[in-house]
Write a protein that binds this ligand. Structure first.
Ligand SMILES: NC(=O)c1ccc[n+]([C@@H]2O[C@H](COP(=O)([O-])OP(=O)(O)OC[C@H]3O[C@@H](n4cnc5c(N)ncnc54)[C@H](OP(=O)(O)O)[C@@H]3O)[C@@H](O)[C@H]2O)c1
Length: 252
């Protein structure tokens, strides 16, 4: 009975940025939980996702999208809705650019905001509309510790992730009463390409580990439970929250 609460059989999930990192782990986790997955990404499908889908009798579809382009996103949404009923949307893809705030090129600021925030709103609108018509659906956005904190040399990223937390709440207020759950997961420090520079800096990486109560960086796999939970019936009465999955960082 409890297991059925987290069962995603007969559900279709769109996951953005499933090519690597957290998105790859989350797409795999959703397949394992029984969902069919449509990967919204720029490259080829990861072979491990194809193998996993075959193993679990699920389907995985690749849909090319450049999340910096409104047109590309609109095309991908339309093509997907023509073939699938989308029950779950995981807005995972994101980008980060580092400069001192005084030198931060406005073009880079726009580029981060477009991918991390504007595309998320467009995807929520596009997939949210049929969810609202049906009266059910789950949207999970990827927030960040920088939804709470300011970070350093990443003002656009921090602004975009602060806004993701607010967008999550704003959509909750309009959509919760109509059967659509909009929530977010805020990962802590996760070992992915996004953090390559930090991980390569042995001293900084060690300073971060020491400050994490769990004593280690997180993995993509560590994010799967929270995303599957928020995508499942177990979270039917959960609306507008941001769940930190950070090894205790925010408690410190
Ligand atoms: N890693 C962390 O510590 C951490 C912490 C807090 C929050 N997060 C958030 O978690 C999410 C995933 O992060 P991650 O660490 O897994 O990042 P990652 O390893 O850098 O992967 C980013 C993903 O986003 C995709 N992407 C970026 N720009 C795109 C675009 N214009 N069009 C289509 N896809 C695009 C990438 O696709 P390509 O392979 O085509 O580049 C890739 O699949 C992000 O929203 C990030 O902000 C991560």
């Amino acid at each position: 009975m409890t297991e059925a609460l987290f069962d995603l059989s007969d559900r279709t999930a769109v996951v953005t940025g499933a090519s690597r990192g957290i998105g790859l782990a989350v797409a795999a986790g959703l397949l394992r939980a029984g969902a069919d997955v449509v990967a919204f990404q720029r490259g080829e499908l990861a072979p491990e996702l194809q193998a996993l889908a075959a193993q679990h009798g699920r389907t995985i579809t690749n849909r090319f999208v450049d999340l910096s382009s409104e047109e590309s996103i609109a095309e991908a949404i339309e093509a997907t809705l023509a073939r699938h009923q989308v029950d779950i949307l995981v807005n995972n893809a994101g980008t980060q650019i580092r400069h001192d705030a005084t030198e931060f090129p406005l073009a880079d600021f726009d580029s981060v905001m477009n991918v991390n925030l504007r595309s998320v709103f467009q995807l929520c609108q596009g997939f949210g509309a049929p969810m609202l018509e049906r009266g059910h659906g789950k949207i999970v956005n990827l927030a960040s510790l920088l939804s709470y904190q300011g970070g350093f040399r990443v003002p656009a990223y921090a602004a975009s992730k602060g806004a993701i937390a607010q967008l999550t709440k704003a959509l909750c207020n309009e959509w919760a009463g109509r059967g659509v759950n909009v929530n977010a997961v805020a990962p802590g420090y996760i070992e992915t390409e996004m953090n390559e520079a930090l991980i390569a800096d042995a001293e900084r990486s060690q300073q971060i580990s020491v400050r994490i109560p769990a004593g280690r960086w997180g993995s993509g796999e560590d994010m799967v439970g929270a995303v599957v939970y928020l995508s499942s019936r177990a979270a039917d009465y959960v609306h507008g929250i941001v769940i930190p999955v950070d090894g205790g960082w925010l408690a410190r």
